[in-house]
Write a protein that binds this ligand. Structure first.
Ligand code: SAH
Ligand code: SF4
Ligand code: F3S
Length: 439
């Protein structure tokens, strides 16, 4: 009966969420539905949402006007909201009340029942939210990429950084059995995958809940898989990123020289209020060690500006760290108060225009540094993994260095191919290159 039904999936948030969407698509395709990229054609519209900042939620709410119009024209369309946003305390029910045209609401712990839910929602509005069941169900996956596979290794987060909603919506840390992960990687490599990205809110905690394995051990095992070219992982927590892990990575040829280590703030006082579990000095020691052991590595980070209690002096410490330690790139976020987190109860002391001013200052500084760092690569030969045609200009090829920098070039290089290129130009975000001449 659903043979002809088309679904349209919109995803917000982190890689974990994008991978959850691949699991939603996998299940729906197995149940006989087809995916469409055209919202106007869709019989089923699913939002996979994020709630890490208010903006992420606003985007979804902002879309509801358009959806209502579609439904007014064609009431048989089914619309659902899933992901982290409805998983927040009381939010799922509120969404159904606020947007009565919604047919189903579900969360990260109920994506395994999606096809049944859709069937049921033909009859009535359904709310399918559960507490974490404590496992990582194996579900069919429809991967978006033919050369890169996202592989979840641990779900949940128990760090409870005081600003963050993730532990409340994603539950306890639960690691997948190591053998299961290795089998999945083996399988994807047989299907032509060249790069895996091991996913978790805190990958360094892998195995901690089981006591049998660890993240370094997992990397060593995956590094043995022949046919695989690159291993990436995200996200790391600086507190749990041991020196031993750096030593292990230095010896593993497939693990890329890219370290994404969210610092969040330069001031130890703010880091303490954030419950990050490290000081400015400890963070700096870690990146110094990485640079000593693996000199050509890139280091990227995240910062939050305007956290409650952040004074000019605290912010200037963030600036100082950025100036001195020269990250390759950084994501900068304006603090967004999330209901139910400890920080939401702290006085949101930094006025909005001050937050914006700090955000701009930090972004401008980082842009300058990223540009300088990228320019230093001009003339160098680097390996890239092709991602096929560039999104912006289809006659150009886009690839990534092992250090995770995007590279654009002309020529023919099918997605998944590795090649050496010579860097000819750079801006703060992208490198421009030519295929390296072989003598
Ligand atoms: N587990 C990952 C991803 C967390 S969300 C990690 O720990 O890095 C990604 C980034 O969003 C965080 O690193 C943080 O910089 C930012 N973030 C999280 N909560 C936020 C909030 N309430 N306001 C602003 N930025 C936030
Ligand atoms: Fe949020 Fe902190 Fe967990 Fe990252 S480590 S998901 S910032 S609580
Ligand atoms: Fe957002 Fe949920 Fe990921 S809140 S950052 S989609 S874990």
């Amino acid at each position: 009966m659903n043979k002809e039904k088309l679904f349209y999936l919109i995803t917000y948030g982190c890689q974990m969420n994008f991978h959850d969407s691949e699991k939603m698509a996998g299940q729906l395709i197995n149940a006989g539905y087809k995916e469409t990229n055209d919202l106007q054609q869709a019989d089923i519209i699913i939002f996979n949402t994020c709630c890490v900042r208010e903006k992420a939620e606003e985007k979804v709410r902002g879309k509801m006007g358009e959806i209502k119009k579609l439904k007014d024209n064609n009431p048989s369309i089914l619309v659902g909201i899933g992901g982290c946003m409805p998983q927040q305390e009381g939010v799922g029910k509120k969404l159904l009340r606020q947007f009565p045209f919604l047919n189903f609401v579900f969360g990260p712990h109920t994506l395994d029942v999606l096809p049944a839910l859709i069937e049921e929602s033909n009859e009535k509005q359904v709310l399918a939210l559960k507490k974490d069941k404590g496992d990582v169900p194996i579900l069919p996956v429809k991967r978006k990429s033919s050369f890169r596979a996202w592989i979840p290794i641990i779900k949940g987060c128990e760090n409870f950084c005081t600003y963050c909603i993730v532990p409340y919506v994603r539950g306890k840390e639960i690691s997948r059995p190591m053998q299961e992960i290795i089998e999945e990687v083996n399988q994807t490599v047989k299907e032509g995958i060249k790069e895996v990205v091991l996913l978790g809110q805190n990958v360094n905690a892998y195995g901690r809940d089981r006591g049998e394995y660890s993240f370094p051990l997992l990397l060593k095992e995956i590094n043995k898989i022949s046919g695989l070219a690159r291993i990436r992982y995200m996200t790391s927590h600086p507190r749990d990123f041991s020196y031993n892990l750096v030593d292990v990575i230095a010896k593993l040829d497939k693990v890329c020289e890219h370290f994404h280590l969210p610092m969040q703030a330069g001031s130890s006082k703010i880091l303490k209020k954030m419950n990050r579990g490290y000081t400015q000095e400890e963070y700096i020691e870690l990146i110094k060690y990485i640079r000593k052991k693996i000199p050509h590595s890139s280091i990227t980070t995240d910062f939050i500006v305007g956290f409650p209690g952040e004074e000019d002096e605290d912010f200037s410490q963030t600036i100082k760290v950025v100036e001195e330690f020269q990250f390759d790139s950084a994501f900068m976020f304006i603090y967004s108060s999330r209901e139910g987190t400890p920080a939401a109860k702290m006085a949101d002391s930094v006025p909005q225009d001050k937050k914006k001013e700090r955000h701009n200052k930090l972004m401008n500084l980082q842009q300058q540094i990223s540009l300088e760092k990228n320019r230093r690569l001009i003339g160098k030969d680097v390996e890239i993994l092709s991602e096929g045609s560039s999104k912006k200009e289809s006659e150009l090829i886009m690839g990534r260095t092992r250090t995770n920098k995007p590279v654009v070039l002309s020529g023919f290089l099918p997605p998944g191919d590795l090649a050496f290129v010579t860097i000819k130009g750079a801006n703060s975000h992208t490198l421009f290159a030519e295929l390296t001449e072989t003598p």
